[in-house]
Design a protein around this ligand. Sequence first.
Ligand code: NAI
Length: 332
Amino acid sequence: MAEPLRVVVTGAAGQIAYSLLFSVAKGDVFGKDQPLELLLLDITPMMEVLNGVVMELMDCAIPLVKNLVATDDPNVAFKDVDAAFMVGAMPRKEGMERKDLLKANVKIFKAQGQAMEKLAKKSVKVVVVGNPANTNACILSKYAPSIPKENFSCMTRLDQNRAQAQIAAKLNVSTEKVSNIIIWGNHSSTQFPDVAHAKAEVQGKVVTVPEAVQDDNFLKNEFIKTVQQRGAAVIKARKLSSAMSAAKAACDHMRDWFIGTKGGNWVSMGVISDGSYGIKEGLMYSFPVTIENKKITIVQGLSINEFAREKMDATAKELEQELSDALAECVD
Ligand code: NAI
């Protein structure tokens, strides 16, 4: 059997982690033959709750789990890690200004970046889920400069999965018949879910999604709005934010990173921009990517029409502002 992979989950006592840990532990991400050491990080007041999560994970009696460590110390949690799910973040509390939220998260991701810099493997693959995910991921990378920038990402897979499910429902086909939807930009309500290059298999024939749906008005309005506001709709109904679907998306994201994308299909991930599609270098922006041997490549050469350009630029603008506000909070 292979050596155990060391996998850290932050925010491990929270609701996303509750679903995520079970999926990771049973091999949904790194494979059914890959033993794991799970490192669970949360803050000191959550240690009792976290202990309950550890008890439950033990009680699952999953043979792949070789070691379980619960801690409130980033210096323990990030030691020699191969993969990091950064779920923990400061939630927005009543009366909290956006600026205060950014400030609190800069503090968290700075400290965790510094711990990663000292302790994580240089090959560690990192997905940031905790919001504001794109900007948190930038801050994390900034404070772990010896780890390659390409090893940091943020999650927009939930948005991709939501978009895919909406199109599948519209066409009355199973979700796996819909592929190559792109989420551009920020994991926020300015994101641009783009179906112009997406494909759907309908009655045995593969066509583009716009050809299959034949309703431009729906695709340009209702569809985009539904995906952009899906998180808020779930909160309204459940009184809690998306957790099961967020955990599934985090698993999809990391599994594709470790195992690779297939058959000319791409997936969307927030990665550090290299200037592709005119997006400012250094922004953590969601692009379509393919992955081979754990290397992420931004898909090149897709045609961008005026409608798309405008939406891609609007979400980039929001990210630029967010990052510049966050950087202003970084007092080195
Ligand atoms: P939750 O509130 O249930 O859990 C968050 C956990 O993080 C708590 O246990 C908290 O104590 C912990 N935490 C806070 N500061 C920490 C720190 N410095 N170190 C370690 N742990 C810390 O929240 P939930 O529902 O699990 O969501 C987690 C995050 O994921 C939120 O920021 C949420 O907005 C975000 N999210 C992102 C999505 C995406 O698509 N990118 C989708 C859904 C949620």
